[in-house]
Ligand binder design. Structure first.
Ligand code: GLN
Length: 245
């Protein structure tokens, strides 16, 4: 009998516009672990004017971008909001980094103070620097190395953050981790990132999966269990060491 074949279909949402600091590396990392357990990763770019079919994908990466790219993406994203909500509410696994994380919420305020609508499929929002800081971003961005701890799993994650937006979590959302060192979502409440259903959001570049193999494996397991529930993925993944940098 032929060996069963397993594959995951990945949507790289606006990968041609939102790919700050090589966020695509998250998919490379996912593939690195997937291949070791015999799983193929197929990647499709889903960008401006493309349909997003929630039934087609097993994992979505929505990377970070600068304010200008975010405004372009925000306009197009409205046309995909319903399908993305369906995907998220049906426990579709996703990683949303920085700008991508911001646009899933209600709104984000750019460095010049302009408010850009998100699609509100999650309850967070992102404010600007305080008034006296607008137009002088110097020293006001939340930039540098960051370490957080996820209190549910005890795992620590390491990365690099560079954002002016201050994100505040809302209903049904919990932080990806508590800030150990660095700034996090807003520099005030010690939260970093988000977990909502199977969506993981974060300000970490680096990329987060490359530097934190334990998180990459966790999300890979989410995607595999959802698609192939009869296979013991935990046992398979246990044999694969998680790389950390
Ligand atoms: N433009 C956003 C900010 O600075 C997002 C930046 C990013 O994605 N790196 O807040």
């Amino acid at each position: 009998m032929a060996e069963p074949t397993y594959e995951l279909n990945v949507a790289h949402l606006y990968g041609d516009l939102m790919n700050t600091y090589g966020d695509y590396g998250n998919i490379i990392a996912l593939r690195y672990y997937a291949e070791q357990i015999g799983v193929t990763i197929n990647v499709s770019l889903v960008s401006l004017g493309d349909d997003f079919d929630p039934e087609k994908y097993d994992f979505v990466l929505f990377g970070g971008g600068q304010d200008y790219e975010e405004t372009v993406v925000a306009r197009d994203l409205k046309g995909k909001a319903k399908e993305l909500k369906t995907y998220i509410e049906e426990d579709g696994p996703m990683l949303a980094v920085c700008g991508g994380f911001q646009l899933l919420g209600h709104y984000m305020e750019m460095a010049d103070g302009t408010r850009v609508d998100g699609i509100g499929v999650m309850d967070h929002y992102t404010t600007n620097m305080t008034d006296d800081q607008v137009h002088t971003q110097k020293g006001k961005r939340l930039t540098g190395d960051i370490t957080i701890k996820n209190n549910e799993t005890g795992e620590e994650y390491h990365g690099f953050e560079n954002h002016q937006g201050r994100t505040f979590l809302g209903q049904g959302e919990r932080a990806l981790g508590t800030v150990v060192s660095g700034q996090g979502n807003n520099g005030q409440d010690c939260s970093e990132g988000v977990i909502y259903n199977k969506v993981y959001g974060s300000y970490f570049h680096g990329p987060i999966f490359t530097r934190n193999g334990n998180l990459a494996k966790r999300v890979l397991a989410d995607a595999l269990v959802r698609k192939y529930p009869d296979v013991d993925w935990t046992a398979k993944l246990e044999k694969v060491p998680a790389e950390t940098f």
